[in-house]
Design a protein around this ligand. Structure first.
Ligand code: GLN
Length: 530
């Protein structure tokens, strides 16, 4: 039976509850415990799949095809556990389940209410992994005090009542603002947010304090007194150079020991510190490599979170610090900006804006032999580029960008043509691809068949494959012989693009082969310029 840690957030959003929760999870895992994590988002969208990156940042995709919050990416990268649909919940999905049940008449005449029906469904979701892990960490999105998060907090309170205080604890992540004129860290907002938690019957066991300045003993004692947590459970969480430093920072403050004590768990093994040591390397990398990410959301780094992480993992593997420049393919003069880059990456994207800039970026990469990795729309643009500039199909396009195009080299499959609901209906999650022997893809992956995560509606139109292959754009991965999954060029040092999202599969200690290949080729390109 699992024990539970509920992570809540106070004062402001974006405090890094996901990283804090995942860091605690990592420490418990390093003690030999089986840990899983669940995200609860209090918004009404059934999932974030229909939200703009401006609203939400990246949409993370699980192997079983859930479109989820980017925190699930941290959970996967820290814990090295594949997330599933059961790891992500929104108020919308919870209400949808309850309302569907009501329509089926399953409540047998009862009045359906937030308490107990919504809270029961939330508790059921909290317990999704209780049989298979020692500790379930549940992160409640939003900020304590929001109307929307109340049912989740109420469910947490009930769970603690039912399971007992030794089995369910709350850790509150909060902000201590620094007032420069007074040269003081302020505890009042945290006191208020803990009061808000207590109003709904939740008493945090630990405070994780986001701060720009070190916490003095005085501040710790004050927070301890006013918030009713032991002084040693007031944890300082300063901005870190790398997110992978956070677990060690927590370890140094005995977060793991205290959490184990709160939960009454005797760990089976002392912590293996090697995991921390690995990341020391990341701070002293001896080489540098410049990668240009050419996309639409250049000013919004959260939109490409997993891509950035995947590049960094591959950089670490090659002793290289990856310097990322974002190119806005809608507004920037892409060719001028690309001159500096050792390698180029086009991430996934939706809609027409910025597409011509992506196509020009690919032309530049192809003609100048700059290493190139295309992801999803990046592959679709590589197909359009080759069709236009090498096959003479000057009007070639994806029907997503021009539904009247004479040459729909990227198009909807018949299944997708009849889709009515936009949410949850893309090609989502893991699909197989068979790799052509002797291809770059086969060399990089070192296997005949791969599984990669998808999130797209449109496909490289197989009718055009023979023509494009004649122009040197080879299909080196096929899904069940019918859908092209990877394209590459033999006349280029590194030109490869996939219809899927490799970034979600990258792990700090196990970089993804396509990213690793990009960094290796980009380092070679850099060396050849000298
Ligand atoms: N917009 C494209 C499609 O839906 C690509 C999506 C993506 O890059 N994730 O097929």
């Amino acid at each position: 039976m699992s024990k539970f840690i509920i992570i809540t957030g106070g004062v402001v959003s974006s405090l890094g509850k996901g990283i804090s929760g995942a860091s605690i999870g990592k420490l418990l895992q390093l003690h030999g415990l089986k840990v899983n994590m669940i995200k609860c988002d209090p918004y009404i969208n059934v999932d974030p799949g229909t939200m703009s990156p401006y609203q939400h940042g990246e949409v993370f995709v699980t192997v079983d095809g859930a479109e989820a919050d980017l925190d699930l990416g941290y959970y996967e990268r820290f814990l090295d556990v594949n997330m599933t649909k059961a790891n992500t919940n929104t108020a919308g999905s919870i209400y949808q389940t309850v309302i569907d049940k009501e329509r089926r008449g399953e409540y047998l005449g009862a009045t359906v209410q937030v308490i107990p029906h919504i809270t029961n469904e939330i508790k059921k979701r909290f317990c999704a992994f209780e049989k298979e892990c020692d500790v379930s960490i549940i992160e409640i999105g939003g900020t304590v005090g929001d109307i929307e998060s109340l049912p989740f907090l109420e469910a947490a309170r009930q769970l603690r009542l039912e399971r007992g205080a030794k089995n369910v604890i709350c850790i509150h992540v909060t902000l201590l603002p620094y007032i420069a004129v007074a040269q003081e860290l302020k505890t009042k907002p945290s006191q208020h947010s803990v009061n808000k938690l207590r109003e709904v019957g939740i008493e945090p066991s630990m405070l994780i304090c986001r701060t720009e300045k070190p916490l003095s003993e005085g501040i710790k004692n004050k927070l301890s007194l006013f918030c009713n947590v032991p002084a040693q459970a007031v944890i300082e969480c300063a901005d870190a150079k790398s997110i992978y430093e956070v677990p060690r920072n927590f370890y140094n403050q005995k977060v793991d020991e205290q959490v184990l004590e709160f939960l009454g768990i005797t760990p089976t093994q002392p912590i293996n510190e090697n995991w921390f040591k690995f990341f020391d390397k990341a701070l002293t990398l001896s080489q540098k490599v410049k990668i240009a990410i050419a996309g639409k959301y250049s000013e919004l780094q959260d939109a490409y979170k997993s891509v950035n992480e995947a590049l960094r993992h591959a950089g670490m593997n090659n002793d290289a610090k990856v310097e990322i420049t974002y190119i806005n393919t809608e507004k920037d003069d892409v060719v001028a900006k690309l001159k500096e880059a050792d390698g180029i990456l086009i991430p996934g994207g939706f809609g027409t804006r910025g597409i011509e800039g992506k196509i020009n970026t690919i032309r530049y990469a192809r003609e100048n032999k700059v290493p190139f990795l295309g992801i999803c729309v990046g592959m679709q643009c590589a197909v359009i580029e080759a069709a236009r500039n090498l096959c003479g199909l000057t009007d070639a396009n994806s029907t997503e960008f021009d539904d009247q195009t004479k040459d729909p080299v990227v198009d909807l499959t018949p299944q997708q043509q009849n889709v009515e609901y936009k949410g949850g209906t893309m090609r989502l999650g893991h699909y197989t691809a068979d790799l052509a022997k002797g291809s770059l893809a086969h060399k990089l992956y070192g296997k005949d068949q791969i599984l990669e995560r998808h999130r797209h509606r449109y496909e490289f139109n197989p009718k055009y494959v023979p023509l494009l292959e004649k122009a040197g754009l080879k299909v080196s991965g096929w899904h069940e012989g019918v859908l092209p999954e990877i394209v590459e060029r033999e006349d280029h040092p590194y030109f490869i693009a996939g219809q899927f999202h490799p970034e979600f599969g990258s792990r700090p200690l196990r970089p993804h082969p396509l990213f690793d290949g990009l960094i290796k080729a980009s380092l070679k390109n850099k060396a050849s310029k000298k």
